[in-house]
Write a protein that binds this ligand. Sequence first.
Ligand code: 86X
Length: 534
Amino acid sequence: MSTSKGSAAKGGGGKKKEVKKETKLGMAYRKDDNFGEWYSEVVVNSEMIEYYDISGCYILRPWAMEIWELMKEFFDAEIKKLKLKPYYFPLFVTENVLQKEKDHIEGFAPEVAWVTKSGKSDLEAPIAIRPTSETVMYPYFSKWIRSHRDLPLRCNQWCNVVRWEFSNPTPFIRSREFLWQEGHTAFANKEEADEEVLQILELYRRIYEEFLAVPVSKGRKSEVEKFAGGLYTTSVEAFIPNTGRGIQGATSHCLGQNFAKMFDITFENEKGVREMVWQNSWAYTTRSIGVMVMTHGDDKGLVLPPKVAPIQVIVISVPYKDADTTAIKGACESTVYTLNQSGIRADQDTRENYSPGWKYSHWEMKGVPLRIEIGPKDLANKQVRIVRRDNGAKVDIPVTNLVEDVKVLLDEIQKNLFKTAQERRDACVQVVSSWDEFTTALNNKRLILAPWCDEEEVEKDVKARTKGELGAAKTLCTPFEQPELPEGLRSDEGRSKASGAERNQNQANQSCQWTSKDAGDHYSSEAWEREYFQ
Ligand code: 86X
């Protein structure tokens, strides 16, 4: 069992279920009773995570790393088509270079971790561990880019980064060290940069929706929530119904020419004139795994979408007394073999010291999409029994149809998980048009779609006014897909001297913005909050 290290671990009120005695398996907490404890328990019991003796650091076990690898495989193949090249830049950065970006680093400074010693002696100067790699990479962009022929420059690296967060660490969601890919690109003009921002954002949407089966909304960040070092920020935003909080899934920035100025990244154009490059940067992290766990997991544990399941089908023999165990074993083996041959990730649990019932619970806990049971009756009938993890449905299928039927089932599970998650999220959506509706919806854990003027002052006012025990309102993004706005909210009639929040209500004149309670995340909010509210 996990300790209560998880963020949402507090909150109480969770009733412990009786843990099955003979097996020591099963979940002690229910998802709807105590979401925080439930989450900690799922990630540990499914063998994704092991807690570590440094707060905010976690061991990622194969069950998590294999999911990460599957996503990585997809993403790498896609960005290769966009001519991205793999790089690896060092983990360390000198204080001097880190300070080059000082305008943006100020708010983040408390999160930077430093190495100050080797052995017993102090280093001449402390060295920072990368919290992100702009300052590590861009001095070399400046060196490598000379002429328009050197553009575009497109690099991607898969690595770890460290941000020494102080609030509520949560496995995958908010950890002090995490894995990500960071893409950094430079172009000769803004149009090419703009195009790439959206190409990458679409890949992020596909990772979430097609692989993790998590519905997300694509959109543009507000001026307050965007990366301050850039021109504009786009993101995919997910929503966790249990907490009523939106969560940033990934982000794709157009940096404009800000960094080109800071790091002197220029090129000579066709006419021999020096110009500054246009840059983008984009990233998604292991947080995506946590969002998937929260979205699909249930009271039996993890539920994995087939596309990211390290094992898609687990085969378990059910040898009743007096059964021909050798024949059953043989059938299990050939079932796994046949499935593997057609590219399905299947395995069998041959452990003899565990009962079939124990194995069912174990693999349910780990979220394997399909379980195949083979017993004497199945053998006699030349069939296998298949059980779905997502809805518990059981079917007997003839072995002759095995591969085809399994493929159809895996496909159905993938679609069903997405559809169910989408319905759950959509049920939380509320379109509001007044401040009263807004605060009520916020307290009801809604995902709010509100008319929004995107003025910094207004956004801060809304945050300040909603800041309380339950968590301040935080804008997620202005979705690219906009609803029809009712008459009266579209124009900017009704401007008044009212305070920010009311002004927003009156003045909202262009588009709707997703808003929910603030979850806090790796990317920005904590640091910004410190800046704005102290
Ligand atoms: C902002 C911006 C950007 C590359 C991305 O979002 C995609 C990938 N980077 C990251 N950011 C910081 O710049 C930052 C800096 C320091 Cl020093 C820090 F401690 C934390 C940070 N967090 C976010």
